[in-house]
Write a protein that binds this ligand. Structure first.
Ligand SMILES: [Cu+2]
Length: 125
């Protein structure tokens, strides 16, 4: 009986931790990593990241392809959009392309998409 009870408690604890993970979908977030153009990074075009890809990334982002940040720890990619009322992310982030930065903002996640409405970007020197 004791055994069954502890098994039930364990299952409940697991269920709670899983639903807690599902709910980490919105809120303040800080991401450290490289500013990338998501299209080239995803397709692997010309390496898709780093200094060798800087010129391509700038051209792509200037041309309107989505800009994002590649989390250096997890490898997760966040699409960057402007915070409410701010100007377009693409133009504002051009000077940070292929640089190592810290991006702060609000995260929204759904269906595999990660959207970061950024409030600040700082280059790490
Ligand atoms: Cu590119």
């Amino acid at each position: 009986m004791k055994y069954i009870l502890s098994a039930v408690v364990l299952m409940l604890a697991l269920a709670v931790s899983v639903s807690a993970q599902d709910k980490k979908m919105a809120g303040d977030i800080t991401v450290t990593g490289e500013i990338i153009d998501i299209k080239c990074y995803t397709t692997g075009m010309m390496g898709g990241k780093g200094a060798e890809h800087e010129d391509c990334a700038i051209a792509c982002i200037k041309g309107g392809l989505p800009v994002g940040v590649l989390d250096e720890k997890s490898g997760d990619v966040y699409t960057i959009v402007p915070a409410k009322g701010a100007k377009g992310a693409n133009e504002a982030l051009l000077k940070f392309v292929a640089k190592r930065v810290t991006v702060k903002g609000k995260l929204a996640e759904k269906g595999g998409a990660r959207i970061l409405a950024y409030s600040s970007v700082e280059e790490i020197k």
